[in-house]
Design a protein around this ligand. Structure first.
Ligand SMILES: Cc1ncc(COP(=O)(O)O)c(C=O)c1O
Length: 447
């Protein structure tokens, strides 16, 4: 390759050809890259040291902002003590410490934790645990998964099958037998609702119909995000999740709540399950688990599900044939425990329900007068501004996203919806900075 590199990493010239970026229009990116060189607190910095306010918590995951010294120190201290140890047939102490700490903040009854390395692995693991549970009970015919339109559960074939974003599946197919509930976006009734929408609880009844249609004896689990994130930030209608829980119970179907985004304080409680008072049988986590400092995911399993699988395991044999080389990596465990310490010390897991969360809602709703805004949604530290699609769906969203970057603002474009999910440490003045920059970006784009 003969082209002249014009970018540098640690003073070395780099080309932009060889790293194939995920979920990115790569050709467009190479022509006009958005490069990040470093980060500190609530800001990213470009190679020419331009600050960019992180209003998306990177990918809904940097709950502590960037460069928290306590976390770096905990990782550095763990390395010489134990860099890595296998967890197949062995155990290392720090993973048990982390599991103890997590079970103290998880909803009651979810006392058994499997570790993974990502949200996708957590979703696939959750589905496999559901299968193992039914298998242990002599109901191996229960293999169907019911997801929801617009749902996102990562990119493994399990999560992809449960997921409801059509474009993500088109090239790859849906490999597990799956069906999908209707999404709950009812703009004609719920547009510009602050908090949970009033209308739409009746959509949960569709679950009973789907289970009856497939026959309950073939259905393993329902997989939903409490709040749909990547699919467009859709809050559950009041009462909707509770009704799903009841229908699952009646049909012997497990409820998997994917809390990869909603876990660790995004909504004002440690988990959405607590915020909305609905306890799943299996709960998936990632992102805030380590505040994205080291890759890690986890799956919390109800005692009843765990006990059933244990009880039916072969005498002296492995009860669940599943796991990853890096499950419960000690450096990730150290990072996660350090995050839990900071969350606790600074009361961050409930901060979204306080004044700064309200300020974010005020800021988002102050944008209602901008051109082409058709809906605004907000809860705690998550929100979205939805624009009327322009000549081609998603084009307007991309243009606004790029203009935000130029203004020094990182947001997430989901089609023509701009989503925000800032670090839990965001302050009031940064909320104001967001609203100002966002307004300018939209006005320049739609002028
Ligand atoms: C709800 C949900 N589940 C699963 C995932 C997949 O996580 P990962 O990208 O870490 O594999 C995501 C990622 O955004 C997510 O939002």
């Amino acid at each position: 390759m003969n082209e002249q590199p014009t970018y540098f990493s640690r003073n070395r010239p780099i080309s932009l050809e060889h790293h194939w970026l995920p979920f990115t229009p790569n050709r467009d990116f190479r022509a006009d890259p958005r490069l990040i060189a470093r980060a500190e607190g609530m800001y990213y910095y470009t190679p020419d040291d331009r600050p960019v306010l992180d209003m998306s918590g990177a990918l809904w995951c940097s709950h502590l902002g960037h460069g928290r010294k306590e976390i770096g120190q905990a990782i550095a201290e763990q390395f010489p003590v134990l860099d890595y140890a296998p967890s197949f047939g062995f155990g290392h102490t720090i993973s048990f410490e982390l599991a103890d700490r997590l079970s103290a903040i998880l909803p009651d009854g979810l006392g058994h934790i499997l570790f993974t390395n990502s949200g996708s692995e957590s979703c696939d693991t959750a589905i496999k645990v559901a299968y193992a549970y039914h298998h242990a009970r002599g109901q191996s015919g229960r293999k169907k998964i019911i997801g929801r339109q617009k749902g996102y559960h990562g990119v493994g074939f399990g999560g992809l099958s449960a997921g409801g974003i059509t474009a993500n599946r088109t090239a790859f197919g849906s490999w597990l037998p799956a069906d999908h509930l209707r999404h709950t976006h009812l703009p004609e009734k719920n547009a510009f609702t602050r908090g949970l929408p009033e209308h739409g609880v009746e959509l949960a009844e569709e679950l009973a119909e789907l289970i009856a249609f497939h026959d309950a004896s073939t259905v393993a689990a329902v997989v939903v995000e409490p709040v749909i994130g990547a699919g467009g930030v859709y809050l559950p209608p009041k009462g909707y999740l509770k009704r799903l829980r009841e229908i699952c119970d009646q049909a012997g179907v497990l409820l998997i709540l994917d809390e990869v985004i909603t876990g660790f304080g995004r909504l004002g409680s440690p988990f959405a399950s607590q915020e909305f008072d609905v306890t799943p049988d299996i709960l998936t986590m990632a992102k805030g688990l380590t505040a994205a400092t080291v890759p890690m995911g986890a799956v919390a399993v109800a005692d009843s599900v765990h006990d059933e699988i244990m009880a039916r395991g072969p005498e002296g044999g492995v009860e669940l044939l599943h796991g990853y080389t890096y499950s419960a990596h000690p450096l990730a465990c150290a990072a996660s425990i350090a995050c839990l310490d900071v969350y606790e010390r600074e009361n961050l897991l409930t901060r979204a329900s306080g004044p700064v969360g309200d300020a974010l809602g005020d800021a988002l709703f102050s944008l209602r007068d901008l051109p082409e805004v058709v809906d605004i949604r907000h809860y705690g530290f998550i929100g979205a501004v939805e624009f009327r699609p322009g000549e081609k769906p998603g084009k307007r969203g991309q243009a606004i996203f790029k203009a935000c970057w130029k203004e020094g603002l990182m947001v997430r474009a989901l089609g023509d919806i701009i989503a925000v999910s800032p670090p839990l440490v965001i302050e009031q003045d940064q909320v104001g900075e967001f609203a100002e920059k966002f307004r300018r970006a939209v006005e320049t784009t739609l002028a």
